[in-house]
Design a protein around this ligand. Structure first.
Ligand code: PMP
Length: 285
C-alpha cells in the first residue's frame, strides 16, 4: 500500500481527502516542491527545503516543522515506499477555512502532504535534444515563490504541447525569463548566459547546481538578461530542472539552434551533472 505524508505522519494514500474549502483547492493558496530521488537518496534536499521555507515566508505561511524535520519525514516516506528512482511531490496549503480571500483569523493548521512517484532516469530526450516554442510571459511578478498558482505556466505548457514541443520559453517584452517548468540558459561566444535570480524567475535548484559546476570547472557564466533574438542566434540552448536535469534545445519556433545537435558545452554540463548525482547519491545511469 502506497504511503504518503499527511501533516508530518506516514499514512496510507487512501486516507487522504481534500476538503473543498482547503485554500489550496479554492485559491491555490500554498506552496510546493519537487525533489528528485536517485538510488533511494534525496538529491539536493537541503536546497529544496530552504526554498520551500523561503516561499512560505514570502506568503506569510507558518510551517509547523523545521526543514530538517521535513527532510527526515521525506526520507522515511522514500523508505516506506521503497522508492529507488523518482520524485517526491510536497505541498503545503494555508489550510481549511470558510471561503474568504483574507487569511483565516484566527489562523488554522496548514495542510501538508507529500507523495512519491517512481520515475526512471531517462536519457532519450537528453541525448537527442527537444524542441521549444517562445511565448509571452503573462505570469505575476513573484515568480521566485514556488506557489501552487500555476495557471500562467500551465497555459504556456499547453501551447507548447499543442505545437508538439517539449517546452514553452517565456519572455517579457522580448527578454527571456524561463521555461514553463524549467530554467533556460544559452551559450553565446562560448559563455553560458542565464537570467539573474530575481522576482521574474524561479531560482531553480538544478540551475544552482549548474552554476556551481560551472564555477568549479572554469566554465564562464554570465547571469544577465538576454533577448529572444540572442536566444534564437545562440550557439546552444538548454533547460535545467529537477526531472530533466540538463536538457538540450535544438529547435525553437521551427528555427534550428546551432547545428541542430546538443552542443558541446551542454553535453559537458550533462556529464558534470551526472557526476554530481553520483557523488551525492552513488548512482550513474
Ligand atoms: N522554473 C519553473 C517555472 C519551474 O516550475 C521549475 C521547476 N520544475 C524550474 C524553473 C526549475 O527548478 P528546479 O531546478 O528547482 O526543478
Amino acid at each position: 500500500m502506497e504511503k504518503m505524508i499527511l501533516n508530518g505522519k506516514l499514512v496510507a494514500q487512501t486516507e487522504i481527502k481534500v476538503d473543498f474549502e482547503d485554500r489550496g483547492y479554492q485559491f491555490g493558496d500554498g506552496i510546493y516542491e519537487v525533489i528528485r530521488v536517485y538510488n533511494g537518496q534525496l538529491f539536493t534536499a537541503e536546497e529544496h527545503l530552504k526554498r520551500l521555507m523561503d516561499s512560505a515566508k514570502h506568503i506569510f505561511l507558518s510551517v509547523p516543522y523545521s526543514a530538517s524535520e521535513i527532510n527526515e519525514q521525506l526520507q522515511e516516506l522514500v523508505k516506506a515506499n521503497s522508492l529507488e528512482s523518482g520524485i517526491i511531490y510536497l505541498q503545503i496549503t494555508r489550510g481549511v477555512s470558510p471561503r474568504n480571500h483574507a487569511f483565516p483569523n484566527p489562523s488554522v493548521d496548514c495542510m501538508y502532504i507529500a507523495k512519491t512517484k517512481a520515475v526512471p532516469r531517462s536519457t532519450a530526450n537528453a541525448d537527442t535534444g527537444v524542441n521549444a516554442i517562445t511565448t509571452e510571459d503573462i505570469r505575476w511578478l513573484r515568480c521566485d515563490i514556488k506557489s501552487l498558482n500555476l495557471l500562467g505556466n500551465i497555459l504556456a505548457k499547453q501551447k507548447a504541447a499543442e505545437a508538439g514541443c517539449f517546452e514553452a520559453i517565456q519572455h517579457r517584452d522580448g527578454t527571456v525569463t524561463e521555461g514553463s517548468s524549467s530554467n533556460v540558459s544559452i551559450v553565446s561566444g562560448g559563455k553560458i548566459i542565464t537570467h539573474p535570480a530575481n522576482n521574474l524567475i524561479l531560482n531553480g535548484i538544478s540551475r544552482q547546481v549548474m552554476l556551481h559546476l560551472c564555477a568549479s570547472n572554469d566554465i564562464p557564466v554570465e547571469e544577465r538578461e538576454f533577448t529572444v533574438d540572442e536566444l534564437m542566434n545562440a550557439e546552444e540552448v538548454f533547460l535545467t530542472g529537477t526531472t530533466i536535469e540538463v536538457l538540450p534545445i535544438i529547435k525553437i519556433d521551427g528555427t534550428v539552434i546551432g547545428d541542430g545537435q546538443p552542443g558541446q558545452i551542454t553535453q559537458k554540463l550533462q556529464e558534470l551533472f551526472s557526476n554530481e548525482v553520483e557523488r551525492q547519491c552513488g548512482v550513474r545511469n
